[in-house]
Design a protein around this ligand. Structure first.
Ligand code: DOR
Ligand code: ZN
Length: 335
């Protein structure tokens, strides 16, 4: 039987939530990943050292003894230098949301006035704290990410020493930015390597494929595949796995988010194998992230095997992407 081994897989963009949801989903990520960048968009957001330490403790309590590192992030505000210095050892990055752009982002940034942000972003540059960005404007839904490119350019040129991560990119426009600015990097989800808008609303409306940013056009999908499959060194896997209870997805006013954490590595094997690029998967799911973030996860070895795996209908209250569908790769062992 064909197998494929991955070492220290990392999920560089993950929503773990809190409470019962955290208890349900954290073990699923901890099973197959060595670590994950944990998003701070709780209610209220993670925005102080105390919040962050308490949240980290709740995550550690929710995962089994298996080794799993939650790389913690703070919710971006215009923090002052002294505060950033005091938290710099405890955080891996700061996550910036434009206000109101997605789930629990109401307290985000409402103006990209560079002078208002300068103290924070200069201090982050000096302290080597990366800035993770949800890059969407409030424009027409298909154009939101492309419209945000001018803000990335503003940030990249004003803060050339700041590592800026364009999170969950979905467009050729974002892919094209990677080679334009040295300090721009990106994460890509597995669902954005599989879906276009057709898979969300092209036939019957598919709530479990609906997320922000929404899946785009075939040419965008091709651009994302080209950098992911070739393991472009500035691109990392970040699932953006975003669990919502089934009744919040299958409802009038469907919450944005695709739940993929427990099936992400299996789907990635399937995609990379399909294009004859399995040898590049290690860089995409771990090595690039280790270099970009300068992190060194504890040893973990995941062996996947090529056999039919039927994706469960549900993990606790959450319906995963492709629920009930058969895929070609399964996890064989984890050490
Ligand atoms: O689809 C999304 N869901 N996009 C985000 O940016 C946030 C996430 C969530 O927290 O549910
Ligand atoms: Zn996210």
């Amino acid at each position: 039987m064909q197998t494929h081994t991955l070492l220290m897989p990392l999920d560089m963009h993950l929503h773990l939530r809190d409470g019962v949801m955290l208890e349900n989903v954290a073990p699923l990520s901890a099973y197959s990943f060595s670590g994950a960048i944990v998003m701070p968009n709780l209610v209220p957001p993670v925005a102080s050292l105390q919040d962050l330490q308490d949240y980290r403790a709740r995550i550690m309590a929710a995962v089994p003894n298996d080794y799993f590192e939650p790389y913690m992030t703070l919710f971006y505000k215009n923090y002052n230098r002294a505060f950033l210095q005091s938290v710099s050892d405890e955080i891996t990055a700061i996550k910036l949301y434009p206000a109101g752009i997605t789930t629990n982002s109401e307290g985000g940034v409402s103006s990209f006035d560079i002078e208002e942000m300068r103290e924070t972003l200069d201090a982050m540059s000096e302290l080597e704290i990366p800035l993770c960005v949800h890059g969407e404007t409030d424009g027409f839904v298909m154009d939101r990410e492309a419209e945000f490119m001018s803000i990335y350019e503003l940030l990249a040129t004003n803060f050339p020493k700041l590592k800026i991560i364009m999170e969950h990119i979905t467009t050729k426009a974002a892919v094209d930015m990677l080679d334009k600015y040295e300090n721009l990097y990106a994460t890509i989800t597995v669902h954005h390597l599989l879906l276009t808008l057709d898979d969300v609303v092209g036939g019957m409306m598919m709530p479990h494929n609906f997320c922000k940013p929404i899946a785009k056009r075939p040419e965008d999908l091709d651009a994302l595949l080209s950098v992911a499959l070739n393991a472009h060194p500035k691109v990392m896997f970040g699932s953006d796995s975003a669990p919502h209870p089934q009744d919040k997805k299958e409802s009038c006013g469907c919450a944005a988010g695709v739940f993929t954490a427990p099936i992400a590595l299996q789907l990635l094997c399937e995609i990379f194998e399909q294009y004859g690029k399995l040898d590049n998967l290690q860089a995409f799911v771990s090595d690039n992230a280790q270099s970009i973030y300068g992190i060194c996860p504890e040893f973990k070895e995941i062996v996947l095997e090529k056999r039919t795996f039927v994706i469960p209908e549900k993990y606790a209250s959450v319906v995963p992407m492709y629920a009930g569908q058969a895929i070609n790769w399964a996890i064989k062992s984890v050490e």
